[in-house]
Design a protein around this ligand. Structure first.
Ligand code: NDP
Ligand code: MG
Length: 385
C-alpha cells in the first residue's frame, strides 16, 4: 500500500491534534504534507519536527518570524497568511486534506482542495453550512470523496453502508443537549461563557462548545446532513440523547432503524474518515454497552432552543440564508466568549442578521464572501460592538 500524504488545516486544534494521534499510530500508512494553524506557533513548530512536515503555514502573519526561527534547522518550508493556506490546500502535494479549521475560514480551502482533486476529510462543518450546494456539486464534478469527521455524519455514513438511497426514510441526528440542558430559559439569561464551555460529554474547541450549548451546532449539522447525503430537510430529524452513545441513526422504509454506537471520542470518526474502507484496530478504549444500561431519547424543546428551527428556516430559504446565520453566529459567539454579550444575544444576533441581510438565491463563492461580510457587520451592529 502506498503512503498517503495528508495536509491538516487546523493541526493545533482539538480535531487537528487527534488527527495527528491517528497518523502517529499509522506511520506505514500516512505521511504529513502540510500543517496549518492560526496562532499557536510553538505547538505548530513542535508538530512539524515530530512529523517531519514538508511545510507549515501560520495564519497570523505577525508570528511568521518566530516560527521561521524555530524551524530554521529543519527542511520544513515556513509560510504565512490566508493566501498561503489556500496555496497549500490547493497546490501542495497531498492526497487528503483534513479541514479542521473553525468557521467561515474553512470554505475557500475546501473549495480549492476539491478543485485540485484532493480527498477531503471534513471537520469544518461551516464549509457545508455556508456553501453546501456548490461544494457538493464541485466534489461530484471532480469525483472527489468528502468524508465527514463530525460524529453524527460519520454515524449516518456508517449506517448507510451497503444500503440503497430509495430505502432511506429519515436520518435521525442525536443531540446531547449541550452544557446548559438542565437550565430553564430564564436561567439561561445569566449564563457565563465558563458555564457554557463545560460540555458534558465531548471535549472540543471553544466555538463548537458554545454552538452545542445554543444548539446552533445541531442546526448546522442538519444543514450539513442535507448536503452531504443529498436529502430533504423534512426527512432529517433531531432527538435529544443525553448519554452521547448513539451517534446518530437511519430509519429505512421497512421499519428498520440502524444506529452507530460507541464512546464519545472523536478518534473513532476521524480514523473512519482517514482509513475508510478499513477500520482502525485500536482507535479508542473498548466500548461496553453494559456500562450504559439506560439510553434515553427525547424531543428537542424548540422554545428553549430556537436556533434549530432557524437552521431549518435557512434551508427552506436556500441561497445565502445559512451563510448569513453562520456569519452572525461567529461574531456573536466570539463576543459571548469575550463577555461582550449575553447568551440570548447569540440567537438574537442571528435573527437580526437574517431579518436585515440582503439575499442572493443562487450565490457564487464571491456572493458568499459578501454575505458573510454583511452578516458579520449586522451582528456587530446588533451587539453594539
Ligand atoms: P479548535 O478551536 O480546537 O481548533 C481550530 C484550529 O484551527 C486551530 O488549529 C486553530 O489554530 C486553527 N484556526 C482557526 N482559525 C484559523 C484561521 N483563520 N486560519 C488558520 N487556522 C485557523 O477547533 P475544533 O478542533 O474543535 O473544531 C474544528 C472544526 O471541527 C470546527 O468546524 C468544528 O465545528 C468541527 N468539529 C469539531 C469537533 C470536536 O470534537 N472538536 C467535533 C465535530 C466537528 P490556533 O490554535 O493555532 O489558533
Ligand atoms: Mg457533531
Amino acid at each position: 500500500m502506498s503512503i498517503e500524504r495528508v495536509t491538516i488545516l487546523g493541526s493545533t486544534g482539538s480535531i487537528g491534534v487527534q488527527t495527528l494521534d491517528i497518523i502517529r499510530r499509522n506511520p506505514e500508512r500516512f505521511q504529513v504534507s502540510s500543517l496549518v494553524a492560526h496562532s499557536r506557533w510553538e505547538e505548530l513548530a513542535r508538530q512539524a519536527r515530530e512529523f517531519n512536515a514538508e511545510s507549515v503555514v501560520i495564519g497570523d502573519k505577525s508570528l511568521y518570524p518566530q516560527l521561521k526561527e524555530a524551524l530554521a534547522d529543519t527542511p520544513t518550508k515556513v509560510l504565512a497568511g490566508e493566501e498561503d493556506i489556500n496555496f497549500v490546500a490547493e497546490s501542495y502535494r497531498s492526497d487528503t486534506v483534513v479541514n479542521a479549521l473553525v468557521g467561515y475560514a474553512g470554505l475557500h480551502p475546501t473549495a480549492l482542495a476539491i478543485e485540485s482533486g484532493k480527498r477531503i476529510a471534513l471537520a469544518n462543518k461551516e464549509t457545508l453550512v455556508v456553501g453546501g450546494d456548490i461544494i457538493m456539486a464541485a466534489a461530484r464534478r471532480k469525483g472527489v470523496e468528502i468524508m465527514p469527521i463530525d460524529s453524527e455524519h460519520s454515524a449516518i455514513m456508517q449506517c448507510l453502508e451497503g444500503e440503497r438511497r430509495e430505502a432511506i426514510r429519515n436520518l435521525i441526528i442525536t443531540c446531547s443537549g449541550g452544557a446548559l440542558r438542565h437550565l430553564s430559559i430564564e436561567e439561561l439569561e445569566g449564563v457565563t461563557p465558563e458555564m457554557a464551555l463545560k460540555h458534558p460529554q465531548w471535549s472540543m474547541g471553544a466555538k463548537i462548545t458554545i454552538d452545542s450549548a445554543t444548539l446552533v451546532n445541531k442546526g448546522f449539522e442538519v444543514i450539513e446532513a442535507r448536503w452531504l447525503f443529498d436529502i430533504e430537510a423534512e426527512r432529517i430529524k433531531v432527538v435529544i440523547h443525553p448519554q452521547s452513545i448513539v451517534h446518530s441513526m437511519v430509519e429505512f422504509t421497512d421499519g428498520s432503524v440502524k444506529a452507530q454506537l460507541g464512546n464519545a471520542d472523536m478518534h473513532t470518526p476521524i480514523s473512519y474518515a482517514l482509513l475508510y474502507p478499513e477500520r482502525a484496530t485500536r482507535a479508542v478504549e473498548h466500548f461496553s454497552i453494559l456500562d450504559y444500561p439506560t439510553l434515553s431519547f427525547a424531543e428537542v424543546d424548540r422554545v428553549k432552543y430556537p436556533a434549530l428551527d432557524i437552521a431549518y428556516e435557512c434551508l427552506r430559504r436556500g441561497g445565502t440564508a445559512a451563510c448569513t446565520m453562520n456569519g452572525a453566529n461567529e461574531v456573536a459567539v466570539a463576543a459571548f466568549l469575550n463577555h461582550k454579550c449575553r447568551y440570548h444575544d447569540i440567537v438574537g444576533a442571528i435573527r437580526y442578521a437574517l431579518d436585515n441581510a440582503s439575499f442572493e438565491a443562487h450565490p457564487t463563492l464571491d456572493d458568499y464572501d459578501a454575505a458573510n461580510r454583511e452578516s458579520r457587520e449586522l451582528a456587530r451592529r446588533y451587539i453594539k460592538m
